[in-house]
Design a protein around this ligand. Structure first.
Ligand SMILES: Cc1cc2nc3c(=O)[nH]c(=O)nc-3n(C[C@H](O)[C@H](O)[C@H](O)COP(=O)(O)O)c2cc1C
Length: 156
């Protein structure tokens, strides 16, 4: 199975999980980069608003062609209960080139449903697996066993 991990991360959590998955699978990894500044309190407020409104943004050009991979593993932080705006934009722009998908999200809390519904609708494909990682999971190290279970679930 040829897999690609694609993720957006504003403050590092989703990046950490994405790299652990890619290291374990020894697969390619791609960071989605937003052209909008999202740091600081203004960036937080703008992001919360964009998440709530299910807005799109302009992302930088990506390197890898998703059509070349059996499985695309897409990771996002939760913004206001929804998928983050850069990941929403990536899926919207590229979904025609997806083969199979799996989704993961990171969140402060432990309600992960919203982004997965959005991501499934946007990509037009049901994910082979999903994984939600809470702030508490990251603090306690529980994310490690969740990643192992996720990796087992995506082996096709
Ligand atoms: C704008 C914004 C909105 C957020 N909204 C939620 C939310 O609705 N529910 C939640 O559990 N966490 C929420 N969070 C917390 C993030 O989802 C969480 O910290 C995530 O791990 C951040 O990932 P990152 O470090 O990869 O950017 C929000 C964070 C930001 C910046």
């Amino acid at each position: 199975m040829k897999a690609l991990v694609v993720y957006y991360s504003r403050s590092g959590n989703t990046s950490k999980i994405a790299h652990e998955i890619a290291d374990s699978l020894e697969c390619d990894i791609e960071e989605i980069k937003d052209t909008k500044k999202r740091s600081g309190i203004l960036g937080w407020l703008k992001s919360a608003n964009d998440g709530r409104k299910k807005s799109f943004t302009t992302i930088e050009q990506t390197t890898y062609d998703p059509a070349q991979y059996d499985l695309l593993i897409i990771g996002t932080p939760i913004w206001a209960g929804n998928v983050s705006t850069p990941v929403r934009t990536y899926i919207h722009e590229k979904q025609a080139y997806f083969n199979n998908v799996a989704f993961f999200c990171t969140a402060g809390g432990d309600k992960f449903g919203g982004p997965f519904i959005d991501m499934t609708d946007l990509s037009g494909i049901s994910p082979v697996a999903t994984m939600g990682i809470s702030g508490k999971d990251m603090k306690t190290g529980a994310h490690k066993s969740k990643i192992q279970d996720f990796i087992k679930a995506i082996q096709m």
